[in-house]
Design a protein around this ligand. Structure first.
Ligand SMILES: [Zn+2]
Ligand SMILES: [Zn+2]
Ligand SMILES: [Zn+2]
Ligand SMILES: [Zn+2]
Length: 161
């Protein structure tokens, strides 16, 4: 039997270096990754790690899809680039617009975020960061966590008589 002249397969020279594995664009991990629908960036496929109702913000994928204008813009089907989208700009109060556009869950951040007056607690004047601080909104008022707690206690006492 004539032996076929089996050409040894020459491995095509790989241009990829070992360090070229796709990484999560947010935290840099190389584990299980998925591409975002909105912007096609690699991100940790970690939504399953999220514990329901824990309000933990430790999932890259969840954070990007919940807390960025990029994902909002995509989900709402707006045209063009989120960074100069008027619909996105009008959808949120300025502070939240800026936070959504500049927080650490963004691959690209707003270059020239509009300025805004900081939100202050209506009771004690403490500056409340709407994106990250706990607060209670009551009508036009914002209460910091401490004042909210005091207020809740007052109401609780009042209902008890
Ligand atoms: Zn995106
Ligand atoms: Zn990640
Ligand atoms: Zn938009
Ligand atoms: Zn307060």
């Amino acid at each position: 039997m004539a032996k076929r002249n089996a050409q040894p397969k020459i491995a095509s020279p790989s241009k990829r270096k070992a360090g070229d594995r796709p990484r999560c664009g947010l935290c840099g991990k190389t584990g299980r990754l998925i591409k975002t629908d909105c912007c096609g960036n690699w991100i940790c496929d970690d939504e399953h790690k999220y514990v329901l109702f824990s309000y933990a913000r430790n999932s890259c994928h969840r954070n990007h899809s919940r807390y960025t204008l990029c994902a909002y813009h995509h989900n709402e089907g707006h045209a063009g680039d989120w960074k100069n989208c008027g619909e996105c700009r009008n959808a949120f109060e300025t502070e939240m617009y800026v936070w959504y556009g500049t927080n650490e869950s963004n691959f690209e951040k707003l270059q020239n975020p509009p300025s805004y007056e900081p939100t202050k607690c209506s009771k004690c004047g403490l500056i409340i960061k709407l994106g990250t601080d706990g607060f209670t909104q009551s009508g036009d008022e914002y209460w910091c966590e401490e004042c909210s707690a005091k207020e809740m206690e007052k109401r609780f006492r009042r209902t008890k008589g």
